[in-house]
Design a protein around this ligand. Sequence first.
Ligand code: CXF
Ligand code: ZN
Length: 362
Amino acid sequence: MRAAVLNAIGDDELELRDDVTTVDPGPHEVRIGVRASGICHSDLSAMDGTLPALAPGVVGHEGAGEVLQVGSAVEHLTPGDHVTVSFVPPCGSCPSCLRGEPNLCAVHAIAAFSSPRFRRGDTPLFGYGGLGTFADEVVVPASGAIKVDPDVPFETAALIACGVLTGVGAVLNTARVQPGSTVVVIGCGGVGVSVLQGARLAGATTIVAVDPVTAKHDVAKRFGATHATTPEGLEELKQTVTAHEGFDYAFDVVGLPATIRSAWDSARRGGSVVVVGAGKADAMVQFSAQELFLHDKKILGSFYGSAHVHRDTARMISFWRAGLLDLDGMISRRLTFAEINDGLATLREGSTDVIRQVVTVA
Ligand code: CXF
Ligand code: ZN
């Protein structure tokens, strides 16, 4: 079958091959025929070493498809079911799952670093985040395949699997944004736009989008931003729209020390600073000991939108059905499998108004 292989960390391009096979599904696993996969910035971060990934391996982690085969112990899925796939399949019984934080379940996430999911000849290939959705098929733990109604287009469903759960989840689950709030969102890619939509959904009344690419400002307004600015204009706009208070909630959706610091500086005393952006392991952010205490700001990390993936996938689909979440409008480009490297280059370039590019795999 086809798969886009990252041969070594640091490579700019994936090698598109047609001689890759998956491992066989174990009793608690399922084989999925991938039908659509979004291109997420974390795929680039796997390629350039910003986020942990193993090579050789198959990247892609925002996918949806059809169940082809189920392991002998799998009861809740049958071939033909439509699903999204998750890079954090909840095991259901570890301390994180039991305390109601299944987004932090490490059981399968850790296994992804020791058990390859694919083979090319005699060479084992890892799957990024335990997935590897830039491939015709993936074999995943059954709890990481989330059933969706068959009328939801695969492209639409795929977006939920990473970017939408991460962004909308950061607003509703991590920050619990209150109606009438003031919100600033730094970074307007697929996740940033999802944060904007989440803020609108939560009833925030002032929503400021920040991005250096001015072409993204109109895009941001389509998804809920009431104002948009470059980073240089943020301080002045903050003074105007919050009457010198600062924002109730400031989301960093970039993950750079400067943008995290900017989120901190934008939040009001007592406000919440939510770090959604996936930064480097060795990038350090500075806060003075005094400001941490004096300003009473809450710094909240947000991994995978603090989501309960099964509950929240269903919730995102109901928002979409109710017209409260525009998922289809987020798809700015549909690509074929052969165009994956072009899509990655477009995203790396960053200078367009592309929100999400979706690869049609079928
Ligand atoms: C990433 C985190 C590392 C594994 C793949 C997904 N998160 C969002 O893009
Ligand atoms: Zn992602």
